[in-house]
Design a protein around this ligand. Sequence first.
Ligand SMILES: NC(=O)c1ccc[n+]([C@@H]2O[C@H](COP(=O)([O-])OP(=O)(O)OC[C@H]3O[C@@H](n4cnc5c(N)ncnc54)[C@H](OP(=O)(O)O)[C@@H]3O)[C@@H](O)[C@H]2O)c1
Length: 303
Amino acid sequence: MKDVRGSSDSTRAWGVPPVVLITGCSSGIGRAVARQAVSAGFTTVATARDPRTLRELQAAGCVVRPLDVTDDAARRGLVAELDETYGGVDALVNNAGYGELGPFEEVPPDRWERQFRTNVFGPVALAQLVLPGMRARGHGRIVSVSSMAGELVLPVGAAYHGSKFALEAAMEGLWLEARRFGIEVSLVQPGAVNSNWGDNVPALKEYASGVYGELVAEMTEQMARRLPRGSSVEHAASVVLRALTDRRPRLRYRVGVDAHVLLPLSRVLPARVWTAWVRKQFPSMRRPAPRPAHTPVPDGARP
Ligand SMILES: NC(=O)c1ccc[n+]([C@@H]2O[C@H](COP(=O)([O-])OP(=O)(O)OC[C@H]3O[C@@H](n4cnc5c(N)ncnc54)[C@H](OP(=O)(O)O)[C@@H]3O)[C@@H](O)[C@H]2O)c1
């Protein structure tokens, strides 16, 4: 077993754990976190479903491995390999995730499940795998890239918001339990970030002609307008690096003006005022929906 802990001057000076495992590094925030972590002196294990997307990070000095966060055998195999090679994982960055956007009623149950498997159950299972080693060594950091969507809700995003709310609650629960073992837990909450995230929304256009079509069109237009003007992936990654390196890391870090303004507002404003603001962003919510031409009545529901 090779012990590489403390091998970097910069990370030693910050007193941070140097072996970091990062998920979802094929693009966007994850790729930028990997680049910044390796420059900061971490032994950086960058992972993605398709390892061909990791060549640039490998050239930059990252250790690269395939990992689909929903694959139990792959998760176990990788953490066992890192335990064997490096004596453990000191920091985990749960970054992999996507947005299963669509109207609550129309997103099929299997897509709700895939959303939760990727955004919640994968990160939880990875954390469970690295925690015993962290406890044994008396230190560790688990940083999860959540979202502004983990604390406030907009329409056409129930599955995504549900998954990020669940991630927030799970990681806050771990934060309460693990601190006395020397393990720090943080959530990074970006607002809009200019990454591939919008392109990776799988199915929004499939709902365009459905009963919520107007709302879907409004959300599509908002995303097209807001995402390119969002924070850069480098800025979002720098906040993840802060969570990894702050001497006293916080539970939550917000990223971007939108997250800094909207999250506190959504908490302090009375629900009625907050919802009125949301309705203003999506004018179709204020118009009564046309009644369907025919509503099937289940057998026995009426005499
Ligand atoms: N962009 C935003 O506006 C924004 C705002 C708030 C929060 N976030 C969150 O930030 C995180 C990173 O997103 P991003 O903006 O950087 O978007 P992105 O460029 O689409 O990156 C998402 C990454 O997650 C990976 N991924 C998806 N499913 C996976 C799975 N089952 N196993 C492993 N990797 C998987 C993708 O890999 P593939 O290439 O294999 O698909 C990709 O590397 C996500 O958790 C997202 O929800 C983004």
